[in-house]
Write a protein that binds this ligand. Structure first.
Ligand code: SF4
Length: 383
């Protein structure tokens, strides 16, 4: 990479993360897993990968010419909340999620699927593509809500093969009128079910729907710890309202779901005007398990930014697949207008789409250092 080229490291996008709970050392559990062979119930290939993941983490095996598998602090916390019996499944997923993008490996299923309940949002955050009128204008066809039937079809197809499902992409998921039914349907089917929300539309019923679905992570987006900084960044939002809602969520979780393993996180985009981590922790720290900032990526001008000069391949092409509200499948959400779409879930299954000609061509272009010739990827800093 030439000097001075700005990159957005997707596999490690936290610029700061503070966790409330001290993390136990996972090594004794991994050692025990190898000793007792606790991967019954997984097919041979999954069990073998789970064991390799444990061996790399324990330093018993080193990959050729690649970084060994590691657990970031937030992942260690997720792992700490799982039962021993779930560890192999989790390791199978997380190993592929972390190392396949780095080693440029693929198999039949994406390590993670993001499902978009809606593309609409009630905020117009200054760093977000929701500020692009071409995107939000209804007549341009980008706005809509996923039907419950389509959601169920996606879940039925990927359950048992994909463990990481995030309910969010371009819009605010709580706007979707079927979200509570979607959560109820997805509940118990994925080890790493995550939802991202700006928390402005949380109600008691929605808190219950989220918690009852057994998510591994619930992310509340907020970038500042005081006004007017918050509403200058989160245009359309109110810090007072969001704070009250996050507090309500924390109270319901503590009172009604004491055994919930959901990790709650307030996560902000680190831009000029956002708070510092100390301020964020003082405001949010009593209500959530983690407070974090992620790097800013200029999502709002993805199609018009100057070329970045980044030559390295985009890791997300080996990590996750997005299903938009209307079934269209996209390799990323930097491409919020779906110019890179590889097809539709309505006409093809996920494995076909994941290994489709269009997807493989895009990956090959990245590997062959042809990124500068791609209209959007040349302007994007994601690696
Ligand atoms: S625009 Fe291209 S480089 Fe950027 S995230 Fe999407 S696929 Fe990756």
């Amino acid at each position: 990479m030439p000097d001075g080229v700005r990159t957005y490291r997707k596999h490690d996008s936290f610029v700061a993360l503070k966790q409330r709970t001290p993390l136990p050392d996972p090594k004794p559990r991994l050692q025990a897993l190898l000793e007792r062979g606790g991967d019954r119930g997984l097919d041979a290939r999954k069990a073998q990968l789970a064991r390799r993941a444990a061996r790399e983490l324990l330093g018993l095996e080193r990959p050729d010419q690649a970084e060994p598998f590691q657990l970031h602090a937030n992942v260690q916390e997720e792992l700490a909340r799982l039962d021993d019996s779930e560890l192999p499944r989790y390791l199978f997923y997380r190993y592929r999620y972390e190392t396949y993008p780095q080693r440029k490996l693929l198999d039949a299923w994406p390590p993670c699927v993001q499902i978009e309940p809606t593309s609409a949002c009630n905020f117009r955050c200054v760093f977000c593509y929701q500020t692009d009128a071409e995107f939000t204008r209804k007549s341009n066809g980008h706005m809509g809500m996923m039907s419950l039937d389509l959601f169920k079809e996606i879940v039925d197809q990927i359950k048992g093969e994909v463990e990481a499902v995030t309910l969010a992409s371009r819009g605010e998921p709580l706007i979707c009128p079927d979200l509570e039914r979607m959560l109820a349907y997805a509940g118990g089917k994925f080890l790493a079910l995550k939802i991202n929300t700006n928390a402005s539309l949380l109600t008691e019923a929605k808190c219950h729907a989220i918690l009852a679905s057994g998510p591994s992570t619930v992310v509340f987006s907020a970038d500042a710890a005081s006004e007017p900084a918050y509403s200058r960044l989160r245009v359309g939002g109110s810090l007072e309202k969001v704070l009250a809602n996050v507090r309500m969520f924390a109270e319901i979780k503590a009172r009604r779901y004491p055994r919930s393993r959901a990790i709650t996180r307030v996560s902000g985009v680190k831009v000029e005007g956002s708070g510092n981590l100390g301020q964020m922790e003082r405001l949010w720290g009593d209500f959530v398990d983690q407070v974090a900032f992620v790097s800013y990526n200029p999502w709002e001008n993805a199609y018009t930014a100057a070329p970045t000069g980044v030559e390295a391949p985009c890791s997300d092409l080996w990590r996750r697949l997005f299903v938009w509200w209307d079934g269209r499948v996209n390799p990323c959400d930097v491409d919020f207008k779906s110019t890179l779409s590889v097809g539709s879930f309505k006409s093809s299954e996920i494995p076909e789409l994941w290994r489709s000609e269009a997807y493989e061509r895009l990956r090959a272009d990245h590997l062959e250092k042809k990124r500068s010739g791609l209209p959007l990827c040349s302007r994007c800093a994601v690696i």
